[in-house]
Design a binder for this molecule. Structure first.
Ligand SMILES: Cc1ncc(COP(=O)(O)O)c(C=O)c1O
Length: 472
């Protein structure tokens, strides 16, 4: 007798079509949906029974339950009005790539049991390498996201510097800027670097790490008997899209013999567009680079990546060979991705990247990225035209920050309160979803325009609505 868990082909097709139809309808109707739908923990708990069901239920009922009680309570990130944080706006082929990866359930940790999918991962990593101009021989892996990629990079750097010597670990120092992403700080902590030895170097008036101050701090730390380990530069900060002076930092790292990691999780794929590539000069000079396909390469969560100039450092930091894995050890060139990162069981993230890029072609992605760079420039232009709006950071790599500032209002606290109210009003309309940050100690409305559903008309409407809300 077959297992009750074993569904026949016709049933699988019926259930699969139900899900595919549901997702297609959801995506096609995104513009009509309200953004920012959130409920409290108590409200959510009341909707979802806590006890696991002892017996099964009809799939249509379950879909109805999920639609009403679960899906209804989320902010649809691929919505054209989602301009907060860093939007993840996947293409439909990328969504299907994820489904294929889980449908086949490839084991992405070892070459021998999934050599086709492993070769696909090698292939997409090679695309990334070429796009950002790293040298041949660079290797790496796809990760759950940018945070993990930053962590893997720091672990590799740490291993190269101190191996297994715990006495030296406590003296390591990591440098980033005040605008560096929080995941860099957390990666350093997880890698065992004392919290007090993660330095946030000041930035210039364009939000770029200042190499002169970095050089001074490295000297101070060396004089104090500490061991400078790595510089983590940003190529597209989350706050303002700024790119640190990568060539100068690469030269400094070489002179000081420090690992040079670039966190290009947000900005890196802008290299596909000529304007983006120009803004990212020096990306290829790093020892390692983080790039997030689930940001600007339009694949669904989760997908980050790490490229390492000399992948042996990754291998040496992570490789481990227990008896029960010996028969999976690969021959030369056959990459066991489990030897290059923290995950043993891992799924094939390459499927979604490969399917989306191959379905549309690189030119289409290049155009989408170029258009999103343009949209941030449009925000900047429109803000400059409105007398009661103040530009706080010019458009850089798809991000522009501004605030409402009616003439005659100078009090910083009142301006913050006004902009908080404007944000709540805009998000309350359900048409747009914005987030804030702080720029030069002012509350800023931040627009990140990397999604491909957003149009120029959306941007015009948003800026007009913000100006009107500020005046109300
Ligand atoms: C610059 C930068 N680095 C790292 C991260 C962390 O990436 P993830 O959320 O994929 O872990 C982000 C996320 O927004 C980011 O913008």
């Amino acid at each position: 007798m077959s297992s009750p868990l074993d569904l026949d082909q016709a049933t699988m097709q019926r259930l699969g079509r139900t899900v595919a139809d549901h997702v297609a309808a959801h995506l096609a109707g995104l513009r009509q949906q309200r953004l920012f739908k959130s409920i409290s923990r108590a409200e959510a708990a009341a909707l979802i029974p806590s006890a696991p069901p002892a017996s099964g239920r009809d799939f249509a009922d379950l879909m109805g339950f999920l639609t009403e009680r679960v899906f209804a309570h989320h902010t649809p990130e691929p919505h054209p009005g989602f301009l907060a944080y860093v939007q993840c706006c996947p293409t439909f082929p990328a969504v299907l790539g994820d489904w294929l990866a889980t449908g086949y359930n490839f084991f992405g940790g070892a070459w021998k049991v999934a050599s086709g999918p492993a070769m696909l991962e090698v292939t997409v990593l090679e695309w990334f390498r070429q796009w950002i101009g790293m040298p041949a021989g660079t290797g790496g892996l796809l990760t759950s996201g940018g945070s993990t990629a930053n962590l893997m990079a720091l672990v590799a750097a740490r291993h190269r510097a101190v191996g297994e010597d715990p006495s030296r670990l406590a003296r390591l120092v990591v440098y980033s800027s005040t605008q560096g992403h929080s995941s860099v700080t957390r990666a350093a902590w997880i890698a065992g670097i004392p919290r007090s030895q993660v330095r946030a170097i000041a930035v210039d008036d364009q939000f770029r790490l200042r190499p002169d101050l970095l050089r001074q701090q490295i000297q101070v730390d060396r004089d104090a008997g500490l061991l400078p380990l790595a510089v983590v530069a940003s190529a597209g900060t989350t706050n303002t899209g700024a790119t640190d002076p990568l060539p100068a930092l690469a030269a400094l790292c070489q002179a000081e013999q420090l690992w040079f990691h670039i966190d290009a999780a947000y900005g890196g794929f802008a290299a596909l567009a000529p304007e983006g590539l120009a803004a990212l000069e020096g990306l290829g000079l790093a020892d390692s680079v983080t790039l997030d396909p689930h940001k600007w390469l339009y694949v669904p969560f989760e997908c980050g990546s790490l490229l390492v100039r000399d992948p042996r450092h990754l291998f040496e930091a992570f490789h481990i060979l227990p008896d029960y894995m010996r028969d999976l050890s690969g021959s030369s060139g056959e990459i066991n991705f489990a030897d290059y990162g923290e995950q043993l069981s891992r799924y094939s993230r390459a499927l979604k990247v490969w399917l989306s890029v191959s379905y549309f072609g690189v030119d289409a992605l290049r155009e989408a990225i170029a258009a999103s760079l343009e949209r941030a420039l449009l925000v900047e232009r429109l803000v400059r035209e409105q007398p009661d709006l103040e530009l706080l950071s010019a458009a850089r790599l798809g991000i522009c920050c501004f605030r409402v500032r009616p003439s005659g209002t100078a009090d910083p606290a009142r301006l913050d309160q006004l902009n908080q109210r404007v944000l709540e009003h805009i998000n309350g309309t359900g048409n747009f979803f914005l987030s804030t940050t702080r720029i030069a100690d002012a509350l800023a409305l931040r627009v990140c325009s990397c999604g491909w559903r957003t149009t120029d008309d959306d941007i015009r409407r948003l800026v007009a609505e913000v100006a009107a809300a500020g005046a109300a």
